[in-house]
Design a protein around this ligand. Structure first.
Ligand SMILES: *Cc1c(COP(=O)(O)O)cnc(C)c1O
Length: 356
């Protein structure tokens, strides 16, 4: 039976990436060695790193004055690295979920981190809209896609202070106006690569302003100077990212994939809204994530949660349980997920409705 991969992360990768990864594991770039056993200083890997960065820049339209870095440590490492490098006194945070809250917690270690707004009282089921960012904040931090709760800020917001965004789970899902941001970061394991590599897009002019001493490994300028090779980069994950970016370019880039993502999400949200057994947790279409679609059983059918989970699993739908902190269901519809998988899930939902 065909398996449909709705896991939130690590998550589905294009079949192209999987196949090219297998080839690279057997013989990387004609070296006769595996990508798993080759020096990161070899000319073949340096070429791979440079090409991956070039594709990254090209596909997102990253302007001059910005650097792209591939680091270790996950998006979670950026929760401390961002304030260490950018906050002298004060920073502002929008609290839209668990990851946003974790980022805010780390920032408090380095200065006055203020929460400008939070949707916590409503289980993070909307994106706060009316808030004021203090004019003296060194930066304003947002999480564009809230992987756990299924809300997303789908437009690049205007901000009077430098804007920092965690785009772990929606990078490359839509065109982004990079010039509106001072820094964008994310773990690559949601929409780009296997776990192990973290991307950072940083405007060089925002660096070098803080007075605190920075450990080398946590200083963006050190990694810029080292061209992401200050220490051993996650070689295999970077190689896999290169394959995904090639796949995306071939497909027509972020604009083309955005169109597909909108279509996929519409099919699933329409079924959740139509099906009497289910209710979407995010009511406002403007706030609904195109990457992580969350729903629960309707009030009259609560007892069918476990039976539906079992039924869906028996039909090859994998990874649709909601995050352990919220329950219910979540289907992640990242770039690599084919429309066919969404349609298969919708059929399962309809079939389950007709049986109940
Ligand atoms: C998954 C995720 C993280 C955590 O990423 P790690 O690489 O595991 O540290 C942070 N933010 C968002 C939005 C995520 O989806």
């Amino acid at each position: 039976m065909k398996k449909h991969n709705f896991y939130a992360g690590p998550s589905i990768l294009p079949q192209y990436t999987i196949e090219k990864s297998i080839e690279g594991i057997k013989d990387f770039a004609g070296t006769g060695l595996s990508i798993l056993e080759i020096s990161h200083r070899s000319k073949e890997f340096v070429a791979c790193m440079n090409d991956t960065i070039a594709l990254f820049r090209e596909l997102l339209g990253i302007p001059e004055g910005y650097k792209v870095l591939f680091l270790g440590g996950g998006a979670s490492m950026q929760f401390c690295m961002v304030p260490m490098n950018l906050m002298e006194k004060k920073a502002a945070y929008l609290n839209t979920g668990e990851w946003a809250g974790k980022a805010l917690k780390e920032a408090k270690l380095f200065g006055e981190a203020v929460e400008v707004a939070s949707s916590k009282e409503k289980l993070f089921n909307y994106i706060p809209k009316n808030y004021t960012v203090p004019a003296d904040a060194d930066y304003f931090h947002i999480t564009t896609n809230n992987t756990i709760y299924g809300t997303e800020i789908k437009k690049d917001i205007d901000c009077s202070v430098p804007l920092v965004a965690d785009m772990s789970s929606d990078i490359f899902s839509r065109p982004v106006d990079i010039s509106k941001y001072a820094l964008i970061y994310g773990g690559a394991q949601k929409n780009l690569a296997p776990a192990g590599v973290t991307f950072v897009i940083v405007k060089e002019s925002v660096l070098g302003k803080v007075t605190r001493p920075l450990p080398s490994m946590l200083d963006y300028r050190v990694h810029i100077k080292g061209e992401s090779m200050f220490n051993t980069p996650p070689v295999f994950a970077v190689f896999a990212a290169q394959q995904t970016l090639r796949w995306l370019k071939e497909l027509g880039g972020v604009k083309a994939i955005q169109k597909k993502n909108i279509e996929k999400a519409a099919v699933l949200y329409n079924e959740i809204d139509r099906n009497k057994l289910f209710r979407a947790t995010i009511a406002d279409p403007e706030d609904r994530s195109l990457m992580n679609i969350c729903w629960v059983m309707s009030d009259n059918y609560k007892e069918l949660e476990k039976p539906f989970a079992d039924f869906a699993k028996s039909k090859g739908m994998l990874g649709i349980e909601g995050h352990r902190s919220v329950g219910g269901f979540r289907a992640s519809t990242y770039n690599a997920l084919p429309q066919e998988s969404v349609e298969a899930l919708v059929s399962v939902m309809k079939e389950f409705e007709s049986k109940n």
